[in-house]
Design a protein around this ligand. Structure first.
Ligand code: SUG
Length: 445
C-alpha cells in the first residue's frame, strides 16, 4: 500500500542535546525513574541517534533532524526570579531548588514524537500541512519546550503557502497535549488518512490512579479541529488506565501503526474491542496485529519497548519493517513475538531490525519516541529547508560536531557547571549554521 500521489513520510529525529542526563524527572516513566542518578554519555547518545537515523535513511525513508534546545534554560530560571549573570542564575538555582534546576537541564526535546502533531495536506480541508507544537504541560521539564520547538519547525517548514503552524494549546489542565506520541495516521488504498487519537483522560471518565495521564481528549479534539480534519476520518479512544499505571505513559509505548497496519497490545485501550471496531469501520482494510498479555505482559512491553518501534513501509511493494530497540531483542519472549509477527503471512511486516539506543532508552525513549513523522508531497519536501534532511555527508558532519562539543560522561551534579552552559551554547550555535536554522535560541537573539 503506498501513500497518495507523491506523499512520502519523512521522519524528523530529535538530536540529543549536550546535557542528556539521568535526573529521574518523569513520574510515570519507569525507565526515567529507575535510572535516576546514573552517569550518562551525551556524545554516545547523540551518535546512537545519528546511527539510527542513518539506518532508517538506508531503508529508503526520508529522514530529517530537529535540533536540541538550550539547556540549562536560563530564560526559565530568570522568569522564576533568579537574577545576575548566567553563572549567578545557575549557582542560585542549584542552591535554592536543585530539582527545579534539573528540570531546566533535561535534553528531553530529543523525543520529537512529543514535539508536535502533524497533518498532511491531503487530509486537511485547506490543503496545507498543519503543525501544532505540543504544550507538554504535564511535566515541568517538558513544558518549557514548545516555544523553541515552534521556532525550529518554522525554520524547517517556513513556506507559508504550504505549511501552517498553530500555537501550542493553552497551558490549561484540560488541554494536556503530548503531540504525535498519541496520534497515528492510518490509511488504505485511496490514501485518505484515518486519524487515530488516543488520550489518557477526559473530564467525564475515570483515569489512572497511580501515574499521570498526560494526553487529554479535549486536546486531541482541538488538534483535529485546528488541522481541519474531516470528523468522519477521526477516531478518539481512551488508553487503558491500568496500563498507564503500569508505565504506559503514552500510547506509543503500547501501539504503533503504519498505513493499514496497527500493531498493538491487547491491553492498550480502555475499550479494546470497540476501538478496533471503530477503526475497522472507518478503514475496512485495517490489519490489526494484537500481542497477547500471555505472550508479552504490559510490564515486559514497557521494559522492552517492543511497541515503541518504528513501523515503516519499505520499497514500493507494500512490505513493512519494524525498527526495534535492542532491549526487545534481549527479552526472549519479546524476540519470539517479533519473530512470529515477521513469519506470519497475514500481515505485511517482513523484517525486524534492532537498533542500539541505550542512552535514550534509559530515559524511556525508544526508536519511535525519537522521531516526528511528517508526511510530505515531493513539492512540500522541496519547499522545506534542505539542510535539515539526512545525507551521509550530514551524518559525518554531525558525528564530528558531537565529537567536538559533547562530553562523554555527565552526572546530574555536573549540570551545575557553568562551563556546560557555554559548551552547550557553542554546540547549538554551530548546529544552527549546519542545519541553516537561523537564530532560534534565546541566547542568539
Ligand atoms: O516525556 N523522558 C521522556 C520520554 C519521552 C518518550 N516519548 C514517547 N514515548 N513518545 C518523557 O517522559 C526523562 C528525562 C529526564 O529525566 O531528563 C523524560 O523526560
Amino acid at each position: 500500500m503506498t501513500l497518495p500521489l507523491s506523499l512520502a513520510e519523512a521522519n524528523f529525529d530529535g538530536i540529543v542535546g549536550p546535557t542528556h542526563n539521568y535526573a529521574g524527572l518523569s513520574y510515570g516513566n519507569v525507565a526515567s525513574l529507575s535510572n535516576e542518578g546514573s552517569v550518562s554519555n551525551p556524545r554516545e547518545a547523540a551518535k546512537q541517534g545519528f546511527t539510527k537515523a542513518a539506518f532508517v535513511a538506508s531503508l529508503g525513508i526520508v529522514q530529517g533532524f530537529l535540533p536540541p534546545h538550550e539547556r540549562p534554560h536560563v530564560p526559565t530560571l530568570r522568569a522564576l526570579g533568579f537574577s545576575g549573570s548566567d553563572a549567578d542564575v545557575i549557582a542560585a538555582a542549584v542552591k535554592e531548588d536543585p530539582i527545579l534546576f534539573a528540570r531546566t537541564c533535561s535534553a528531553s526535546a530529543m523525543w520529537t514524537a512529543n514535539a508536535a502533531t502533524v497533518a498532511p495536506s491531503c487530509d486537511a480541508l485547506d490543503g496545507k500541512v498543519h503543525f501544532t507544537a505540543a504544550n507538554l504541560r504535564s511535566m515541568m521539564h517538558r513544558s518549557i519546550e514548545p516555544p523553541t520547538t515552534a521556532r525550529a519547525l518554522k525554520a524547517i517548514f517556513g513556506n507559508d503557502e504550504r505549511f501552517v503552524h498553530h500555537s501550542a494549546l493553552p497551558q490549561a489542565d484540560l488541554f494536556g497535549d503530548e503531540g504525535a506520541a498519541n496520534h497515528t495516521r492510518l490509511f488504505g488504498p485511496d490514501g485518505r488518512g484515518l486519524h487515530f487519537f488516543v488520550y489518557g483522560r477526559s473530564e467525564r471518565e475515570e483515569g489512572p490512579k497511580r501515574f499521570p495521564a498526560r494526553q487529554t481528549l479535549a486536546a486531541s479534539q482541538a488538534i483535529a479541529r485546528l488541522h481541519r480534519l474531516d470528523p468522519a476520518r477521526c477516531v478518539f479512544a481512551r488508553q487503558r488506565a491500568e496500563s498507564i499505571d503500569a508505565g504506559v505513559f503514552h500510547n506509543d509505548v503500547i501501539s504503533v501503526g503504519n498505513g493499514h497496519v496497527l500493531l498493538t497490545h491487547e491491553f492498550a485501550f480502555a475499550d479494546q474491542a470497540g476501538t478496533l471496531a471503530a477503526l475497522k469501520t472507518a478503514l475496512p482494510q485495517l490489519v490489526v496485529v494484537t500481542v497477547r498479555a500471555s505472550d508479552v505482559s504490559v510490564e515486559q512491553a514497557v521494559k522492552s519497548y517492543l511497541f515503541n518501534s518504528q513501523l515503516v513501509s519499505v520499497g514500493a511493494g507494500g512490505a513493512m519493517a519494524i525498527i526495534a530497540p535492542t532491549e526487545s531483542h534481549d527479552d526472549p519472549a519479546v524476540k519470539a513475538t517479533l519473530d512470529r509477527i515477521v513469519a506470519d503471512p497475514s500481515n505485511p511486516i517482513q523484517a525486524v531490525h534492532f537498533q542500539t539506543l541505550r542512552e535514550s532508552m534509559r530515559n524511556g525513549g525508544g526508536p519511535a519516541c525519537l522521531r516526528l513523522r511528517v508526511p510530505l508531497t515531493d513539492a512540500e519536501r522541496a519547499a522545506a529547508n534542505q539542510a535539515a534532511f539526512f545525507t551521509p555527508s550530514l551524518h559525518a558532519t554531525l558525528n564530528a560536531w558531537a565529537d567536538r562539543h559533547y562530553r562523554t560522561e555527565l552526572r546530574p551534579a555536573d549540570l551545575a557547571d557553568p562551563k556546560l552552559l557555554d559548551e552547550s551554547r557553542a554546540a547549538l550555535d554551530e548546529l544552527t549554521r549546519i542545519l541553516k536554522l537561523g537564530s532560534i535560541y534565546e541566547f542568539q537573539r
